[in-house]
Ligand binder design. Sequence first.
Ligand SMILES: [Ca+2]
Length: 507
Amino acid sequence: MKPRVFCLILSFVLLLGLCPAASASAAWDEQPDAWYEIFVRSFCDSDGDGLGDLNGVTRKLDYISSLGCGGIWLMPVMPSPSYHKYDVTDYFDIDPEYGTLEDMRALLAEAHAHGIRVILDLPINHCSSEHPWFRSAADSETSPFRGWFNWSAEPQNGYSEINGVWYESRFVASMPDLNLDCSAVREQIACILRFWLLNVGVDGFRLDAVTSYYTGDTERNLAFLDWLADTAHAIRPDCFLVAEAWTDLDSIARLSEARVDSFFTFPVSQAEGYIARVLGRANRHPGRSYGEYTALLEETLPAGTIPAPFTENHDTGRTVGFTGRSSPEKTKMAGGLLCLMRGAVFLYYGQEIGMVGSGEDPNKRIGMLWTDETSTTLPPPGTTKVEYAYPSVAEQDADPASLLNYYRQALSLRAQFPAIARGTSTVLPCDFDELCLIRREYAGEELVLIVNPSDSWVRLAPMSLPAGFRTLAASLCANPAYTVSYRPVRAGLSMPPYSIAILTPSA
Ligand SMILES: [Ca+2]
């Protein structure tokens, strides 16, 4: 069905009042608690043209399942003149570089058969300057699309010039900001949501650049996010919306009052973020730090929002950049600390094999190393450095001690103990600054996470152990030669460097 015909029919259905009532944010239980972000161009090439594509993603669903991720975030897939596709020229199609709508439907069918949900990146703060809407609006003051953009007769900050007037373009001139107050723009956005959620069958959206919807105006951003969330959830109550608000924790907490399901927890990420600080060389109390950050997140973020912690994405330096190439144990522990966090964790493709990349954006988006460097996708335009610090997926798959297999084990803990992702946290007192003890409770399940993010062995004597947690239910050590030992009555708990233990009440 043609998108326009589809939208007409759907508008009619909505007018008749047959659409489901708006619901609050989708229940947390229905959503995966581990997601995998994919830059399609650099992931897997199915047809040999050197560019990754949707059929390539479909081929790798078994791999994503094996990793333990129940959701995929596809970076933009709609037609666009840029390699990254954050400037869209048609919101109702797939960029031919990546395939077709039929390929997308096939990917969704296979993903759903794997129990994997798929969300699309949705850049609606701006479109492309080559979008027919903007071409028409810029060509004539009487264009019906003139009001879809924000104009100024004078130059001003965040605006670019065309034909003697200025238009809002907060990122770059090639990305004109849409006028989100324009009712026709909102109708169009509702139509885009319906098309992808109902006609194509995606499971939600990652909302790009939400603090730029109304730059500097939190109240209007909140109101627009509520409208967007209500519109999407009315179309599909179980759709998942996760928003990119690249800002500090208090601002994220404020925006989290909107009815959007989830916000990325930016303060956890990057070289200055919580996990990097816990593992920093100068930190003499890494366990205490991890406990303090856990408590801070718990206190600051509204209880109804799903936090979405991550350590790296397509805009940031990669995790290995702050853990150090010569510290595979620390790199593993960064993944372990992430995978113990409450909420929906997001991994960026290649993170699980220790891919590196920093500086220019294209360097952070190079080809996934499946086997060897000669068979990756082509580097994105503008790439200044292509290098790999760790072995390929094929090699790491075969090595039980690899980073890849560590990530699999860390994510399997989330699947095995739902309290890790969904529970409420209480940080318990601990005699050692190296260690952190966190109690999690969810749906009658209780456990204590014991985390040693230091490079030292630490032993907790029997009298220092959390009362009532007598069973070592699981453990994970960055160095596979070490093991956690637990003898609660005689010797206590011995935690190797960079290790995790999960205690549950007596059987
Ligand atoms: Ca291809």
